[in-house]
Design a protein around this ligand. Structure first.
Ligand code: SF4
Ligand code: SF4
Length: 142
């Protein structure tokens, strides 16, 4: 099993530094990979990342909700969306995403569609090579 980051992630970056096996990596480039992603082959399911996430975006794989009910005002980020999100992260670095959508109170989402993207990022995305472009504080350098 593994833990999973879902599309509720807004690159706050707080989870990265608490992971004892350093298996949480920023998505790069952000138009295709807007969240941070957990390496399922390395995650030891310790759960330390969950309380660090201000957006409650992280779940054990078998607890990712099929019917997440929005409180209202959350954002999801996904390739293909066109909404704008901008806010300083955990380290004070500005996060700007142009592929988001603000959720309406009471709408429901199946977040299990996000599970596979954590796997895919380490197979067909940048995976750990993203660190060549993104600092641990979330600054994108190239
Ligand atoms: S703490 Fe939450 S929002 Fe921040 S990078 Fe981790 S999963 Fe994403
Ligand atoms: S559950 Fe533990 S090992 Fe897995 S990503 Fe979170 S902090 Fe890292």
């Amino acid at each position: 099993m593994t833990h999973i980051i879902t599309s509720l992630c807004l690159r706050d970056a707080g989870c990265v530094e608490v992971c004892p096996v350093e298996c949480i990596v920023p998505g790069f480039p952000t138009d295709k990979w807007p969240w941070y992603y957990i390496d399922p082959d390395t995650c030891i399911d310790c759960g330390a990342c969950i309380p660090e996430c201000p957006y409650e975006a992280i779940f054990p794989e078998d607890e990712v909700p099929t019917g997440y009910t929005a409180k209202g005002g959350e954002f999801v980020a996904n390739a293909g969306l066109s909404g704008h999100y901008e806010k300083a992260n955990h380290h004070g670095v500005m996060v700007v995403l142009e592929n988001t959508r603000e959720l309406k109170k009471g709408e429901t989402l199946d977040l299990t569609a996000d599970i596979q993207k954590n796997y895919d990022y380490y197979k067909s995305g940048a995976g750990y090579k993203a660190w060549d472009h993104v600092e641990k504080d979330g600054t994108i350098s190239g």
